[in-house]
Design a protein around this ligand. Structure first.
Ligand code: SF4
Length: 234
């Protein structure tokens, strides 16, 4: 155990949800059993955010690094999703990655992409699910990614866009151009339908799947919404 990992075990991590074990609901590893660590805090302010309770405290749980590792070890899968909130805003993000990585766990990070990860974070995360927000999120320019060149140095990088109507795919094209990612592999772009409830998401599935297919992008529904709807902690 390194000194940094030992220090992380003793830290108390503020979480927006208690730890939970579920199926990864979105993206490239859809359906993979995972422990979810939802770090507290987000200032991005997406209008359609389905975890607004994660924006500000008080946290739903405060667990030591040792507690987090014990929970992960007691569940099958060895996969952990670090999410939020916006985890890259949290001072606990890097210690958490070090803790999980040094314990031999596979770590996926969910981020909006407006903050560039440090070299430490790039070294310790096994997959990046980066979800830049389109106009429908109603956020300020300062909360949108200005550059995503770091994706080319990241392990297993994916861009994930939440769409509410097929016409928004033109925004995806424009964003890739503007961010210098016009040559980004389309199989590393994932289109996902918005909607907190299954009824809302269901009507978007086919039109958005067809729009994604026409570009060669991947498409995934949001599995947790199909299975559990708007329930928290799944
Ligand atoms: S970045 Fe994520 S957590 Fe933050 S407001 Fe947007 S959807 Fe919600």
């Amino acid at each position: 155990m390194t000194q940094t990992s030992a220090a992380a075990r003793a830290l108390r991590f503020p979480l927006a949800d208690p730890l939970f074990h579920s199926l990864q609901g979105e993206g490239a590893t859809l359906g993979r059993p995972s422990v979810f660590v939802r770090l507290m805090g987000c200032t991005v302010g997406c209008a359609w955010c389905d975890t607004k309770y994660s924006w500000a405290g008080p946290p739903a749980a405060e667990l030591s690094g040792e507690d987090i590792l014990a929970y992960c070890r007691a569940r099958p899968g060895r996969q952990v999703v670090v999410t939020g909130g916006e985890p890259l805003e949290s001072p606990f993000f890097e210690p958490l990655l070090i803790l999980l990585h040094e314990a031999g766990l596979r770590v996926e990070v969910e981020t909006s992409g407006y903050l560039e990860p440090s070299l430490v974070a790039l070294a310790f995360a096994d997959q990046w699910n980066v979800s830049p927000k389109l106009a429908s999120a109603g956020i300020g320019d300062e909360k949108k990614p200005r550059a995503l060149g770091w994706l080319r140095r990241a392990n297993e990088p994916y861009l994930k866009f939440v769409l509410h109507k097929p016409a928004e795919i033109a925004e995806v094209d424009a964003m890739l151009q503007a961010l210098g990612l016009a040559d980004w592999p389309p199989e590393r772009v994932i289109i996902s339908p918005g909607g907190k409830k299954f009824e809302d998401m269901n009507k978007r599935l086919l039109p958005l799947a067809e729009a994604a297919l026409a570009r060669g992008f991947r498409f995934t529904p949001r599995l947790h919404v199909i299975l559990w709807g708007d329930k928290r902690g799944v």
